[in-house]
Write a protein that binds this ligand. Structure first.
Ligand code: IPM
Ligand code: MG
Length: 402
């Protein structure tokens, strides 16, 4: 017997979800303009340590950023703030993915640099509250998750534009157990949400002299939502006559990132949230591991920069958290510098991370006591950043790539 009462309750729940999303669409139609950081003073940078390996890698990153920005810190143009309270203990105690008082402080900052935060899942001992990342992305409308992966020696220079507020993540905590046997989640894709991420990808391609944008979906099977994403890509591409685009399915795209004959042909990729989550971990692994990859979460008003990986509870349990690689957050720091108008300092930090992590490798982290500690590696980056010969070291690296 079909449970009619369960169907009634499900309809009601679905109605609520749809209503909230339609209200969101209305808000998206009236989006504010992009912040212009050159007219903002001071620019407030919030440091959120997070959980597990977070505070350590955050600390290493802050040291380097404070050094690079020292003049503007002392003149008062840059204001660093350390924000406490985004720990799993505090979130569990308050039963809030971002406690209200922490959110108030976050919203006072123009940009934040965030260490990884533990994301509870059913049965892991913590209350199963929504992910702090997902909440922050939605709350601050950080719709563009920009994830670069570079392997210069192979000619790989990918930039992923992962949509960050929709798809299965939009209402990932509002799924429904219709009965004890039937669980349903909802996938949300909007025209406005798709357009702004796809447009950001094309605009990036144009700005950086790239020739192609690749759209990744599974539109042959997931016809309605991925179909819309692809339709919008067709529309947006009309505004960028100089830039080619092509569409790939997520399964074959995952394979093609491993195809050494073809993978360096991809340049800028735009994709819905979950595909982007998965594909960018794969891409980061090719670059040297998720510990090497930084990520920007960009909205028109706020921006948050973070590592692409989690808080590494296994490293903490096995007592090897001090050996974590801080490169991911340093990379995110370099992206932050570029975003707030310090392109030269950002480029310098990117170079230092490339020199130390991909070329000289005089100090290497392995994630365990066979390698350097995160602090030692952080110092290596700092020494490279302050070295007056950094450009020569970079040129040597470029020469070896040929
Ligand atoms: C990421 C992470 C997050 C995500 C988790 C921690 C919620 O995997 O930033 O890629 O799924 O987006
Ligand atoms: Mg991920």
């Amino acid at each position: 017997m079909v449970d009619e009462q369960a169907i009634g309750a499900a309809k009601e729940h679905f109605g609520t979800v749809v209503r909230e999303q339609l209200e969101r669409v209305e808000r998206l139609k009236n989006e504010p303009d992009w912040v212009n950081y050159s007219s903002v003073s001071p620019i407030i940078i919030g440091m959120l340590g997070g959980d597990g390996i977070g505070p350590m890698i955050s600390n290493e990153t802050q040291k380097v950023l404070e050094h690079l920005l020292r003049d503007d810190v002392s003149s008062g143009k840059i204001d660093f703030r350390v924000l406490d309270g985004l720990t799993i203990e505090n979130r569990a105690e308050k039963m809030q993915s971002i406690p209200d008082d922490v959110l108030v402080e976050i919203k006072k900052c123009h940009v934040t640099l965030k260490g990884p935060t533990h994301t509870p899942e059913q049965g892991d001992g913590w209350p199963n509250i929504e992910s702090a990342n997902v909440r922050m992305r939605k709350e601050l409308d950080l719709f563009a998750n920009v994830r670069p992966v570079r392997i210069p020696a192979e000619g790989i220079d990918w930039t992923f534009f992962r949509e960050n507020t929709e798809d299965l993540y939009a209402v990932g905590s509002q799924g429904l157990n219709v009965t004890g046997d039937l669980a349903v989640d909802f996938r949300v894709i909007t025209s406005q949400g798709s357009r702004r991420i796809i447009d950001a990808a094309f605009a990036h391609a144009k700005r950086t002299g790239k020739s192609k944008v690749t759209i990744v979906t599974k539109a042959n099977v997931v016809k309605t939502t991925d179909g819309k994403f692809l339709d919008i890509a067709r529309e947006v591409s009309e505004n960028y006559p100089g830039i080619d685009w092509d569409g790939w399915y997520i399964d074959i795209m995952t394979a093609k990132l491993l195809d050494t004959k073809r993978r360096n042909e991809f340049e800028v990729l735009a994709l819905p949230n979950l595909y982007g989550d998965i594909l960018t971990d794969e891409a980061a692994e090719l670059q040297g591991g998720v510990g090497t990859a930084g990520s920007a979460n960009i909205g028109k008003v706020y921006a948050m920069f973070e590592a692409i990986h989690g808080s590494a509870p296994r490293m903490v349990q096995e007592n090897r958290d001090q050996y974590a690689d801080p490169s991911s957050l340093l990379r995110a720091g370099a992206m932050m510098l570029e975003h707030i108008g310090y392109e030269d300092l950002g480029a310098k930090l990117h170079k230092a991370i490339d020199i130390c992590g991909q070329y000289e490798r005089k100090i290497v982290t392995t994630g365990r006591n066979t390698g350097a500690t995160g602090e030692e590696f952080g110092q290596y980056i700092m020494d490279t950043v302050v070295d007056s010969k950094i450009e020569e070291r970079w040129q040597e690296y470029v020469d070896t790539i040929g």
